[in-house]
Ligand binder design. Sequence first.
Ligand code: FES
Length: 219
Amino acid sequence: MGHLSPELRSRAERMVALYPERRSALIPLCHLAQGQDGYLTEEAMEEVAELCGVSPAEVRGTASFYDMLHTEPVGRYVFAICTNIACMLAGAYEVLDHATERLGIHLGQTTEDGLFTLEEAECLAGCDRAVCVQVNHRFFGPIDEEGFDQLADDLAAGRLDETVPPHGVLNRVVRKVGLEASRRKDSTISRNPQSAGDPPVGPAAAKPEASGPSQSEAS
Ligand code: FES
């Protein structure tokens, strides 16, 4: 019995089939698994590894490199407060200090009730709304100390449930049509020797535009 739900397992297999190389689906599959559990569990990383034909260590090594992926449990809501130049000049460190006091945790920690995790972020490309804060990768700003309290209150009360799903959920709508890998039993497409054990995939999967499964499957 796998760790991913039957539905996610099915989606994962379809996503893998979009790529000429199974390992190319590693990051989209990490996001898929993170959407189920809120972070990448050991079991999930093992299943992603099996699906991608790589080792669990490779999955962990890749996932731990990217800020958007978490290999340890996080809160339902992950605050990422930008402290780069535009936000710093607008008072980001004051907001950050206030956030640690308000939540009673340090950077990288999660509140005891499992509701909030606090992180410091590099530029979030939301400089026009400095101080910019992301919650589960949704943008908010400009945020000051008072605005942070309001945001935390609204999240805790569920008033932003429509806007901010639990951590790990990138989007709630899954596209059902469009990009699909076609499989042909008689496929003669030459493949990289590294992936000799991969299932055959058809020409559609080899097209350049087929390189964005995360968008087709997860948007
Ligand atoms: S400097 Fe904060 S979003 Fe760019």
